[in-house]
Write a protein that binds this ligand. Structure first.
Ligand SMILES: [Zn+2]
Length: 294
């Protein structure tokens, strides 16, 4: 009888171990925000089990971690972050969780835009920078799983070719926007790299800062922005998926200009949206800009 029970127990535990084996061999990766997580998924394919800390439509600048984030970090073999003070809460979170994972800053080596004391962290708005990020992702995955280096290289090459095509497609889609219309006003200062790459001028933002952590604008700052909109001939303002549109809508009404459909800026869109992936969000943004700035 006892032997029978032991045999059953052994059989059960053997079955359990076998069933878990494929999952356990995957690389556990954490990315701080949804856009970077999408890049990791593209390079990592089914070799990677992803956790994203700031999901679709979430604002990474003002993220408040939850207890389960500690567990994901502790279990991770590799953690991907943007850097440039875009995900500044990560240091504390890693420390608190006791995580020992390799950390990879995807922005390393990108040519940066500086506005006074601030470094603009929104590098992915220029697709050529996204390609640098993808290369860091490939290196990071290879460093923790060198046995599958070829797998990651092949996936990265396929994705990089897609991104090169996207970059050309964006340039082509935006080519008919007249020079005098290539002006951007958004909720926060997120389009510096986009403007530089694709030939636009950033006129201003509701929050005149590269982070939404900055305080809401004062009455004088709002009046100043309205004046600027009028004097530069801006006719359309752009709301973002990660930020409350109310102040921008009020400014548009006051200045007598339009508000375009929402752009994806610091996060992907949710499931079923047309911004579910990085490629889709960039295509969406280019289409909205081309349609709104004639
Ligand atoms: Zn931002």
């Amino acid at each position: 009888m006892l032997l029978g029970i032991i045999t059953v127990f052994l059989l059960c535990s053997t079955t359990t171990v076998l069933a878990q084996e494929p999952a356990a061999s995957k690389i556990k990766a954490v990315a701080t925000f949804s856009i970077l997580a999408d890049m990791v998924k593209n390079v990592g394919g089914d070799r990677v089990e992803m956790t994203v800390l700031v999901g679709p439509n979430g604002d990474p600048h003002t993220f408040e971690p939850a207890p389960q984030d500690n567990i994901a970090l502790l279990q991770a073999q590799v953690i991907f972050e943007n850097g440039l003070h875009f995900d500044p809460w990560l240091d504390k979170l890693v420390q608190a969780s006791g995580a020992k994972a390799r950390r990879v800053a995807a922005s390393e080596g990108v040519e940066l835009i500086r506005n006074g004391d601030e470094t603009d962290p929104h590098i992915w708005q220029d697709v050529s920078n996204a390609m640098v990020m993808v290369e860091h992702v490939r290196e990071g995955l290879t460093a923790v799983d060198s046995a599958h280096a070829d797998y990651y290289r092949e996936h990265a090459e396929t994705y990089l070719a897609e991104l090169a095509g996207l970059d050309h497609w964006i340039i082509d889609t935006l080519k008919d926007i007249p020079d005098q219309s290539r002006q951007l006003v958004t909720s926060h200062d997120t389009f510096g790299y986009f403007a530089k790459r694709y030939g636009f001028k950033v006129i201003g933002a509701v929050i005149g800062s590269a982070t939404t952590e900055a305080a809401d604008p004062s009455a004088a700052q709002i009046a100043g922005l309205i004046e600027k909109i009028k004097s530069t001939g801006v006719k359309t303002l752009f709301v973002e998926n990660t930020y409350n549109p109310k102040i921008l809508q009020a400014i548009a009404a006051e200045a007598g200009v339009k508000v375009a459909p929402e752009l994806y800026t610091d996060a992907l869109g949710g499931a079923g949206s047309d911004g579910e992936t990085y490629v889709e969000m960039m295509e969406h943004n280019a289409k909205i800009l081309a349609g709104s700035l004639k």
